[in-house]
Design a protein around this ligand. Structure first.
Ligand SMILES: Cc1cc2nc3c(=O)[nH]c(=O)nc-3n(C[C@H](O)[C@H](O)[C@H](O)COP(=O)(O)O)c2cc1C
Length: 198
């Protein structure tokens, strides 16, 4: 594996995937990384549905919303849809609110773990929870927080430095450009407002 920090720097949200299945063992390993994430008060309110069955994922796909800033240009093209999902559930009998930090930690564990296996992902919060609850037969005590769409990447988005807009965009070669605020803007050294050179 390449240097872990380099992997984190290179991670980009992927919305175009190759039509190649992810082995079940890897999906289980990824969900396990979610299980092992930090959890406030160690309450562990999260559970995970792995969706890999082609019939089920075909039913899930229409209820996901992709790349709102550039819609519909960011939608997975036909044949480039995700090949698996990990749906992040909250057991509301354990926690009704305040679980969002746990979700963040679990999701990033899964996203970065996937990347170590060459798997790209898109974390989706814009999902039709009612439809998905129905399709996935989720009981009322559980709520869907978000969905991780997974697959081997067939696009290579690039980071660019922030030039006044946070809106990601696609160029004429269909490459997605993702602006990130500059390091010197977000880091304060020892006291607020003391900037670093970058
Ligand atoms: C909590 C969360 C929810 C997101 N929901 C969606 C979503 O519903 N649809 C989508 O296409 N991307 C979604 N994204 C991906 C963001 O658009 C993406 O992270 C952002 O544009 C920065 O790009 P990067 O991940 O390549 O750094 C979400 C990201 C996060 C962290």
């Amino acid at each position: 594996m390449e240097d872990f920090m380099e992997l984190i720097r290179k991670r980009r949200t992927i919305r175009q995937f190759r039509p190649e299945e992810i082995p079940t063992g890897i999906l289980l390993e990824l969900a396990d990384l979610g299980r092992l994430a930090p959890s406030a008060a160690n309450l562990q309110p999260l559970e995970f549905i792995i969706v890999q069955d082609p019939e089920v994922r075909k039913m899930v796909f229409p209820w996901l919303r992709w790349a709102a800033y550039i819609s519909p240009a960011g939608n997975p093209r036909p044949g480039q849809e995700p090949v698996a999902y990990i749906v992040i559930l909250v057991n509301t009998l354990i926690r009704q609110k305040g679980y969002e930090y746990d979700v963040g930690a679990a999701a990033e564990n899964i996203i970065l773990g996937a990347l170590t296996r060459g798997i790209g992902s898109c974390w989706l919060i814009s999902v039709d929870r009612d439809r998905l609850k129905n399709i996935l037969e989720i009981p009322d005590d559980y709520k869907i927080d978000s969905v991780l769409a997974l697959g081997y990447p067939s696009e290579s988005p690039v980071v660019e430095s922030f030039q006044g807009s946070v809106k990601y965009w696609k160029d004429e070669n269909d490459t997605l450009h993702v602006p990130k605020r500059n390091l010197s803007e977000v880091i304060h050294l020892n006291r607020f407002g003391r900037r670093i050179e970058a």
